[in-house]
Design a protein around this ligand. Structure first.
Ligand SMILES: [Zn+2]
Length: 385
């Protein structure tokens, strides 16, 4: 595995192909190429190479404590090839079905989605046959542009630079990774935003980024008033084990963290809920948004008569979305105190409207960020009075 990394690094630096077949290694190797998963957020794969040079990659999920894992077959692997070739790869989901469009990249940073014509599904959608051209060197293939744990931490750090935020290690994950939060702003009220409880849900992360950019980036009087009045509590990476372990849904303890805000069986949810409560203190929490991804853009909110002093923010948020977004989200209103979601916990414990913001898996980054920015604008306009 280490050898594959060295080869990948050499190609990334522009080294020419002088490798013998024996220099390639990974989870399968033949025909002058290898597939490896030795990088953060790689999928949980095995593979075989057929005599004709085509590949079958199994797409497996993490061990789950509770039967019936949410179907989000995440794949991410790297091909190192000695020559240019067309590679036909079948993603084998066994009894799960295809969800994510394949993206490819030669540098791990710039990604191109494969056209639908390059993806053929079997009748049951349990196998996806993808065909793409690769150059000599390395090619990444993944279900979304790859975003390991450090990516959103680094992004958030940069976005908040000079904005008066403090970075906090509020705990450690089950596997010992630091759990990092950011807190900033002033005062007498508070607002909370989190994302990436579910590892592959990176379009939700884009909306979180749009939200943060707008919330701290606006410099008009209302925005200054809002930031002076509200402590801003941000958790950009509450499940780093799941993200870097290539999990579909869970943390390293086999739990869906967004079903654990009640039982608090996992260190990630215990630490995050405790930190939010500590930071909120006796402040009124005006809203807690949790950004996710699913098969459509939809807002899950508590009922409009829910017992929260700031429940009136919900119609203001909806009005903003409907006014500024070309394709505003649909809304669903409900509250389940025993569901174990951050949304339910926010209402029960913080008396705040907990809002699960779901972005369509295939929404563009620009549209996702626009939705997040609109949410920040709605907060500022509603509460900076
Ligand atoms: Zn989710």
């Amino acid at each position: 595995m280490k050898r594959a990394i060295a080869i990948a690094a050499m190609f990334a630096l522009g080294g020419c192909s002088m490798l013998g077949p024996s220099a390639l290694s990974g989870i399968c190797t033949a025909h002058g190429f290898a597939i490896d998963i030795d990088f953060a957020a790689a999928g949980r794969h095995d593979c075989v190479i057929a005599p004709d040079g085509s590949v079958v990659v199994s797409v497996d999920h993490e061990p789950a404590l509770v039967e019936g894992i949410n179907p989000s077959p995440w794949f991410a692997f790297r091909v190192t090839s000695e020559t240019a070739r067309n590679l036909v790869t079948t993603l084998d989901y066994t009894d799960y079905t295809h969800r994510y469009r394949p993206f490819v990249s030669t540098d791990g940073a710039r990604w191109t989605v494969l056209p639908d014509s390059a993806v053929q599904l079997n009748e049951g959608k349990t196998r996806a046959r993808i065909s793409f051209d690769i150059k000599p060197g390395v090619t990444w293939v993944a279900g979304q542009p790859l975003s390991p744990a450090r990516d959103n931490l680094d992004w958030t750090r940069r976005a908040l630079m000079g904005a008066g935020f403090t970075e906090v290690e509020y705990g450690r994950s089950l596997e010992g990774r630091p759990l990092i939060g950011f807190v900033g702003g002033g005062g007498i009220d508070a607002v909370v935003a989190i994302t990436r409880q579910h590892p592959p849900e990176t379009t939700g992360q884009e909306a979180f980024r749009g939200f943060v950019e707008r919330l701290v980036g606006r410099s008009d009087t209302k925005a200054l008033t809002f930031r002076g009045r509200h402590r801003i509590i941000l958790a950009p990476m509450p499940n780093p084990d799941g993200v870097d372990g290539g999990h579909w849904r869970l943390n390293a303890g086999g739990m869906d963290l967004n079903r654990d805000w009640g039982g608090f069986t996992q260190p990630e949810t215990r630490a995050l809920s405790g930190w939010i409560r500590e930071q909120a203190g006796s402040r009124r929490v005006v809203s807690m948004m949790d950004f996710h991804s699913t098969d459509r853009t939809v807002i899950y909110a508590p009922p409009l008569d829910a017992p929260s002093p700031t429940i009136g923010f919900l119609p203001a948020l909806k009005e903003t979305f409907d006014r500024v977004l070309p394709a505003p989200p649909e809304w669903t209103y409900s509250h389940n105190p025993d569901g174990g979601t951050s949304k339910g916990w926010a209402l029960e414990v913080l008396k705040a409207p907990g809002i699960t913001v779901e972005l369509w898996d295939h929404i563009s980054p620009q549209e996702a960020r626009a939705l997040g920015a609109a949410a920040a604008d709605a907060l500022i306009e509603h509460f900076a009075k």
